[in-house]
Design a protein around this ligand. Structure first.
Ligand code: ADP
Length: 166
């Protein structure tokens, strides 16, 4: 039987425990989960693609069937096809995510009906966690350690204390 490969695309700027929870759950369902770190050369990001990849690799090192790759933003289904993935994974935290993801999923279905979108409900503990909220709180010195993996917390602290921001 063909391997069931799933692509989990996102900006992951930074990777949070909410993302990690989705990865853990998806890794039980699929043979391989490919985390696709999307970068957009014209959009300012907090972390570089290399930093994001390294932090995700450290945070998922104990899950054997996870691969982290980066790709310039483009059509997600094209990236999935390039990777040989037949499934797209997305997380849903609230009704805003639902409406947004639903329209993208319908569009992707029109573009390629062989690629199936699979949605995971956010973990109750992390359903209010977003990368932008983490950045906002951390900027003002708030403690975000319970919402992000330890390596991400260390990197954020280092960035804000050194003023090394992208
Ligand atoms: P994007 O810019 O593509 O939305 P994100 O990194 O913000 O990238 O999110 C990637 C995916 O992870 C999206 O499907 C998003 O809904 C989901 N996600 C983000 N935060 C959480 C969370 N706390 N719990 C579950 N899913 C989440």
């Amino acid at each position: 039987m063909n391997e069931r490969l799933a692509l989990f695309p996102g900006s992951f700027d930074p990777f949070t425990n909410g993302h990690l929870s989705i990865v853990h759950r998806a890794a039980k369902l699929f043979d391989q989960v490919i985390i696709g770190v999307l970068f957009n050369t014209s959009k300012a990001m907090f972390l570089t693609p290399e930093e994001r990849i390294s932090l995700i690799q450290q945070s998922t090192a104990n899950i054997s069937n996870v691969l982290v790759v980066s790709s310039e933003s483009g059509l997600t289904i094209d990236i999935a096809k390039e990777m040989g993935a037949s499934f797209l994974i997305r997380g849903i935290r609230n009704s805003t995510d639902y409406e947004y993801e639903r329209s993208i999923a319908y569009m992707n279905q029109q573009l390629d009906s062989n690629i199936e979108s699979v949605f995971f409900m956010a973990d109750n503990e992390y359903c209010n966690v977003s990368s932008s909220m983490i950045k906002e709180i951390a900027k003002f010195g708030g403690d975000v350690s319970r919402f992000i993996p330890p390596s991400v917390n260390d990197m954020i602290k280092k960035k804000y204390s050194s003023g090394d921001l992208h």
